[in-house]
Design a protein around this ligand. Sequence first.
Ligand code: NAP
Length: 221
Amino acid sequence: ALAEELLVPADRVHLKPSHLTFESAAALPLAGLTAFRALTYQGNCQPGEKVLITGFGGGVAQFAAQFAIGLQAEVHVSSSSEDKIQKALGLGVKAGFNYKNENWTDQALEQAGGFDLIIDGAAGDSLNDLIKVANPGGRIVFYGATLGNPGKLEARRIFWNQLKIMGSTMGSDQDFEQMLAFVNEKSIEPIVDQVFSFEKAVEAFDRMKAGKQMGKIVLKP
Ligand SMILES: NC(=O)c1ccc[n+]([C@@H]2O[C@H](COP(=O)([O-])OP(=O)(O)OC[C@H]3O[C@@H](n4cnc5c(N)ncnc54)[C@H](OP(=O)(O)O)[C@@H]3O)[C@@H](O)[C@H]2O)c1
């Protein structure tokens, strides 16, 4: 969508939430929709549940954390960055764990006592860490596989603990409408890292490539 003008069918257009600028609203659609469906339709997030959102630096993860807080869950995050964990705590997240620490799963089990719902976009072998920190009967929803496929899977823990592992991708028109209504109701503000002009588009992509951003990068015509 790197264009000054786009022609789309009218039924693809929704009103911008009135509390958001156009730049903030531009950060919302795909990541917000993916997070909302993973958390609500698939994850069935309930008030008071212990929720872990992995990789808080990710765009989907940030919306998932904000939405879970809006749903009155007890939200925890993981991240490779202490700064990002601090940012999450400032938003109302209860605790954060650095997944680069070898013992982060023990720390999470000790502090949170396990999670009822885990939302993940990394998959790979770290899925086994999530299986370890899930409460009996817990749900793990993954919407991405940044780390690829898992090389092994702790099958026994999955059946022994009656876990549900689900996939989720983007969302339906209904999910989108519900997500927008929720953003309006809770006055949720997307975390925007930086707004770049079109002329600086390459710089914007370089920033993303280097993983320096904390929040969405927006391009403005
Ligand atoms: N299914 C869908 O509809 C859909 C939609 C959007 C995205 N996706 C997929 O979801 C994934 C994330 O996308 P995104 O745009 O939200 O992410 P992103 O903005 O590209 O962020 C990537 C983040 O992943 C986190 N990460 C990296 N290694 C990790 C690990 N070992 N454990 C936990 N987190 C880790 C990092 O978090 P920290 O910086 O906090 O360490 C990083 O900031 C991608 O694979 C993408 O293709 C799928």
